[in-house]
Design a binder for this molecule. Structure first.
Ligand code: ZN
Length: 385
């Protein structure tokens, strides 16, 4: 009980400091979620995470920054569930990435050594080339897992079968691989705990926190991610940015303790399902709010960097939040607890190594930007970006 009060004090204290600074709020929410997830942890993990809390908080936005630089990064932040499943439950989408790509990809091959390239869906490959289906899937799986780190993962690959070269054309990942990537991130964090590598632990914890936060947002699970298919453009930032910006101060973010998960994969897919269940409500509440308000209370305009931009008016945001029963706060709280629980589970699955034995010299692997963020811990300053 004493520990809980102690954690809660930190939440109040640091929340106040951070709220007094100007932030890009999309980034702000991610940072807060990683930050607050730390306080759900039990000892001795809490002591370790607290020591590195500013890095874990500031690095929460690194995956979004990588989106501009790395070609395979973008697909890790979402999954268009409705492209694959017309309705819940999620019972036709394979939960292993190789299987999902296998099921939905097109395969190209050069026929009879002539320079004729044709492409086939999986079902036809078996028929045309009379290949055994289990041999085919084995070969595919082997080729697929040649690259075990998704951070450098090229899903396009090729392999030989009966002297025939097959090129896999990935038609799956473009619709998002968020839950599959999370599974890989979980694996990487667990490995970092086994290796007792401080740098990898804090870096991968920060990354994992970001990806888990993303799948708590309904609009990260649909092809209509910004309302562009239903004439509701702007709804993405309404949910992720404007609602938390207006209400964060009033949120009760005391989520309780992290808990060990016996089925971590199920927890991730359950989270995706819960988010996706909210997609229709997310869109319907926006339409309802529009119908309830006068046009001048829907879109408001402001000048920013020589450009006029529009945002939903505060009155609209307030009404929207009430029409959706405060769902963004609930998802945010759930994200905090899920992240804590998954960090904890990775540590337990790694054999609960004592943080006192972790290798601090691994911090030398930081790049310059990361080091600047890390340095804040020793100076006691707070980031302004
Ligand atoms: Zn993201």
């Amino acid at each position: 009980m004493k520990t809980q009060y102690y954690h809660f004090f930190y939440i109040l204290f640091f929340s106040f400091i951070n709220l007094s600074t100007h932030y890009d709020w999309g980034f702000y929410a991610h940072k807060q979620i990683n930050y607050l997830a730390t306080f759900t942890l039990p000892e001795p993990l809490f002591g370790f995470y607290k020591e590195h809390i500013h890095f874990i908080k500031n690095e929460a936005i690194a995956p979004d920054q990588r989106r501009r630089m790395l070609p395979n990064e973008d697909i890790k932040h979402y999954i268009d569930i409705d492209h694959w499943e017309k309705e819940l439950p999620l019972d036709t989408l394979p939960k292993d990435l190789w299987e999902a790509v296998y099921k939905h990809s097109v395969w190209e091959t050069t026929i009879q050594k002539e320079k004729v390239i044709d492409s086939f869906p999986f079902a036809q490959i078996q028929e045309i080339f009379e290949v055994d289906s289990s041999e085919l899937s084995n070969q595919f799986r082997k080729a697929f897992y040649k690259h075990s780190d998704y951070h450098n993962f090229e899903i396009q690959d090729s392999f030989f079968l009966s002297n025939q070269k097959f090129q896999i054309i990935d038609n799956f990942s473009t619709y998002g691989i968020a839950p599959y990537n999370i599974e890989q991130s979980i694996h990487l964090l667990t490995k970092a705990f086994v290796e007792k590598d401080v740098y990898k632990i804090i870096k991968r914890s920060a990354d994992l926190g970001h990806y888990l936060a993303d799948i708590h947002v309904p609009l990260h699970t649909t092809s209509n991610y910004n309302g562009q298919l239903t004439n509701q453009k702007g709804i993405h930032s309404l949910w992720e940015t404007q609602v938390p910006e207006l209400f964060f101060e009033n949120y009760n973010l005391f989520t309780g303790q992290a808990s060990y998960s016996n089925d971590i994969k199920e927890l991730v897919w359950q989270t995706v399902t819960e988010s996706h269940q909210l997609v229709n409500k997310t869109l319907a509440a926006e339409m309802l709010t529009k119908a309830e308000l006068k046009p001048e209370h829907i879109k408001c305009f402001e000048d920013r960097k020589n450009r006029t931009i529009w945002k939903y008016c505060d009155k609209f945001v307030e009404k929207y939040n009430s029409n959706i029963n405060n769902a963004p706060e609930e998802r945010l709280k759930d994200a905090i607890q899920t992240i804590g629980s998954i960090w904890l589970t990775c540590w337990v699955n790694a054999g609960q190594p004592d943080p006192k034995t972790f290798q601090k010299n691994s911090l030398e692997n930081m790049n310059e930007i990361e080091f600047k963020k890390y340095e804040l811990i020793t100076t006691g300053s707070h980031s302004r970006s």
